[in-house]
Design a protein. Structure first.
Length: 217
């Protein structure tokens, strides 16, 4: 896979971002954190592209994006009711995420030269667990589950972050010495990212302003 193909596949998030802009006024407020995340993701992709073509690394904006991503996803899961009667867990996760991010970002000798691997593992694993909880809850509440935007989003999140956990564990344990191995891991991630971005675009298309019954998202 060459650079142009990778850029085109990664830029697929712009499809979801544009749909989100067009349909924003018709989308229920519980989905707003996810829409904001998509827009920030679009901005990050554009910034990364211009940095790379100007022979600069995109590590710093990637690190900042990861923090925003973790907080917005927690907010999204809160809106879905994952933290119902357990609001303390919501603030616990926020505190843990910010704490680990600050420690690894500002107290690491590698600042600006490597990603926050430990932070990525911590928040990616947490997001996977929260996604599973949300999916289990939706399965009991929804009849036409496949057309439920929240279900589609959670499936995309589950797939992407499960693979991300695996990648970060590879990096932490030093399984990145082989250039061929690194390229294969990256190529798989690009395809997974494309799949998830298309799932998100479909989910945003199916978002509606009014719910037809109480338990439906």
């Amino acid at each position: 896979m060459n650079f142009t193909q990778a850029v085109i596949f990664s830029s697929s998030i712009l499809i979801a971002g544009i749909i989100g802009i067009i349909r924003y006024s018709q989308i229920r407020s519980i989905y707003r954190p996810f829409i904001y995340l998509i827009w920030i993701g679009c901005a990050n992709e554009i910034i990364s592209y211009f940095l790379i073509i100007n022979h600069q690394n995109n590590i710093i904006n990637g690190i900042v994006y990861d923090l925003f991503e973790s907080i917005l996803l927690l907010w999204f899961f809160k809106n879905l009711g994952v933290f119902n009667k357990k609001i303390g867990q919501f603030y616990f996760f926020i505190g843990i995420f910010i704490g680990i991010w600050v420690m690894e970002t500002f107290f690491s000798k590698e600042f600006g030269r490597s990603y926050n691997n430990y932070f990525s593992v911590a928040y990616s694993f947490s997001i996977v667990i929260l996604s599973i909880n949300a999916i289990n809850s939706l399965l009991f509440k929804e009849r036409d589950i496949i057309k439920n935007p929240a279900f589609l989003i959670c499936i995309g999140i589950l797939v992407f972050f499960t693979y991300k956990v695996v990648i970060e564990m590879f990096w932490i344990y030093g399984l990145r010495e082989s250039r061929t191995f690194r390229m294969n891991v990256y190529i798989i991630l690009v395809y997974i990212n494309l799949l998830c971005n298309l799932i998100y675009a479909i989910a945003i298309l199916w978002m509606r302003k009014k719910q037809t019954f109480t338990l439906q998202f």
